[in-house]
Ligand binder design. Sequence first.
Ligand code: ADP
Ligand code: MG
Length: 381
Amino acid sequence: MSKVIKTPSMLGMLGGGQLGKFFVEAAHRMGYQVTVFDPDQESPAGKIANDHICSSFSDKSALEIMINNCKAISTEFENIPSETIKYLEEKVRTHPNSEAISIVQRRIKEKEFIKGLELPIGRYEPIKSAELFSDFEDNKIFPAILKQSKFGYDGKGQYHVNSVSETKAVLNDSNENEFVLEKKLNLDKEISVVLSRSSDGVSKIFPVIENQHKEGILDLSIIPARVNDDLKKEAVAYALKIANNLNYVGTIAVEFFISNDKLYINEVAPRPHNSGHFSLDACNVSQFDQQVLCLTNDNLLDIILEKNAVMLNLLGDLWLKNGEVKTPNFLEIEGPSINIHLYGKNQPRAGRKMGHITVVGENTEDLIIKVEEIRSKLWEM
Ligand code: ADP
Ligand code: MG
């Protein structure tokens, strides 16, 4: 193993959202400094970083500053151009690698990669242009979800379609070329596996997470997932296979569908994941701590789930519910075992992730009830 990067070296973080912010906090706790690179002056991570380079990801001179300042660089956002990562990794330790990012940032490439590993994936049709789709006739794929291949997140760039003609209408209206058309599966459940993998190929795996989405956005995560051990083991094995084959270094998440008791891989996130936030409050080490340890070439820690957990996402809708912008009074829901995290975003928007709450304890069903009570209270304020 090559040398551990010592404190108080400067680390780099590409992207300044909440995932970057949690990385900065973890790095600070361990004694590192962080430079955040994000075009947004008001980015949550940029505001608490030692240095904030506020520029576009294609600005070479700004990237040069990053290279000169940082001993190692990581990311929190898969939509950073893979050329940017490539440029950086030639000059400074950068993880995850550009090849891994370039695969998972395009749904078509990602699905081909997963198929190439002979892992289970739902029925889909790659669409490389509207013209190439013009003679598609197989109605058995419907009902389906048409997903933009690039730059989708939190259900953005997705359209529910029921026929070839509906699909064509969306394609003709769009400025994007590449899409995938995915058959809608009947979901029993959704789960995710979050793991961290070091440079020498050692992986530490967080407990399997059960996820509930609303309108394509993560709403609730339940840890540990309420699925049988065989499915959990299978999911972990698939996630490891993906991380190993991407030569991945850092924290990565794999999202799964369970349909008729069978696993299907949904997508891969080359970064810590919203569903892994419970680790901040329920584990001895968080997904962000492990990301820092991966980046600095340090030994990863064995993960202990100290308490069961349920996490509730707080979206901008809660700030906007009465037709005006108003921050809910979070003091009113404070209590033991209730961990409230607000990301410091100035502008609430519908569907925008503003924070999350993790409730920890012994009994999962009790935790779910407690979280639903908190949700009602917040909405009634
Ligand atoms: P994003 O990149 O926005 O997270 P996903 O592809 O993960 O997009 O889709 C978001 C959510 O939409 C999923 O977590 C799931 O709840 C639902 N969904 C997506 N694809 C399918 C599908 N093929 N069948 C059923 N539900 C789906
Ligand atoms: Mg997803």
